[in-house]
Design a protein around this ligand. Sequence first.
Ligand code: SAM
Length: 472
Amino acid sequence: MKNLPLSFAERMQLQLGEAFPAFETAMTLTPPVSIRANMAKLEQPLGLPHVPWSSQGYYLPERPLFTLDPLLHAGAYYVQEASSMFLEQALKQAVDVTEPLRVLDLCGAPGGKSTHLASLLSAESLLVSNEVIRSRATILAENIAKWGSGNVVVTNNDPRDFQKLPEFFDVMVVDAPCSGEGMFRKDPQAMEEWSEENVKLCAQRQQRILMDVWPALKPGGVLIYSTCTWNTAENEDNIAWLAQQEGAKSLALELEASWGIVPGEQQGVQGYRFYPHQLQGEGFFLAVIQKSGEGAVNGTSGKRKKYKLALAGKKEKALVESWLKNTEELEWLQYGDYISAIPANLFEEVDTLYQNLYVLQAGTEVAEAKGKKLKPQHQLALSQQLSLNEFDTAEVSLEQALRYLRKEDIQLGGSGSNWVLLQYQGYTLGWAKQIGNRMNNYYPKEWRIRMELPAVVEEEQLFSLTRYLERF
Ligand SMILES: C[S@@+](CC[C@H](N)C(=O)[O-])C[C@H]1O[C@@H](n2cnc3c(N)ncnc32)[C@H](O)[C@@H]1O
């Protein structure tokens, strides 16, 4: 690794004192590799060491070639840096996650925190997963679709747009764009782009983001702020400034000493820092603040005259209703030829989002209905609520799975004309259509694996998380 920038090293020396040499050495080591399991899909625990502060996080012994593991594409897990999974502690300690909550993940792409939140929240809760940059928002929508939760709305908005939703959210997560000091050993580019000037610019941008989105938080609501940088300008200074402007209080979190997380109070802000010489993870900072005032009840503001959302027609609904489980808890929507499902208790909220924001994806897109012809949608295939019994399935080999995910044609030797869900080791990958003895590949083009496959595809040669499943 290149030398650390001088002024950064000097600051860290002051910040860490005697521990600085250990920090400097740790910055030259290979970063640990961790994943977060989608327990709604994996079901069995993994025989791997746990990330201590997350019920769903695990360390792998080394970095495998994740791209060629069909389970990754099935949304059975997400590759995520371990320190970031501390969000779980912040959320569980600051709010009651068994209650229905309205949660905003403001800086959401590519989806690490959002998929984690989706796993932690109750099915009655609403998660709005937002990303301001369009191309990144598309990737966020893909990862949310793969995760398969039915109560997530993906939006593509600037933080200030959320002012149209005053006091709407119980919880907001702001995982802010930052100078990335904590990423130096994982991403050397972050070190090249770092400068004191850039730290200042990042801090100003973070203040703007916080100020813009703050009105959308309910009185009594909680904001979880995180960065992957260690300096105070981008961390405590911002939170102290916001707390002072807006009258908010900092919340303390309980830690286990063995986790190695460093708590500290500066300017009345309780902050939690992650250093690579003290734990298995990259650099990270997190703080939680609570807006003053009493929490408003999660109601909507009376009956609206005109909804933007349209309910699916009776005929269309009857055709697809059995495709998802717990259908009595769902509301079926139609937009042009497209039919989707959202949790029925979230109808008003989702409508409010459509009225005020640029929504990319809401709930589960189920089918395209053209006359009597139905084309099942990819989000349905990956939904945690999919009624598998309603469809034909075909188990494929590793090579067939990878060829399918590359959007190549594969032949399974069937006949007839029907939609088939392709599965690898029981994990659903997506749709294909049998037409005579041909199998048409319906994997979304934008999602396809672009890398070449090895000349010989063998399970023993390639990584799959199934290797670590504790089967009983
Ligand atoms: C640290 S990343 C978020 C990572 C994400 N939370 C996760 O866990 O996968 C910060 C995100 O903020 C977005 N961003 C950049 N400028 C922004 C701005 N002015 N307002 C809001 N978000 C911004 C970036 O595009 C990026 O996706």
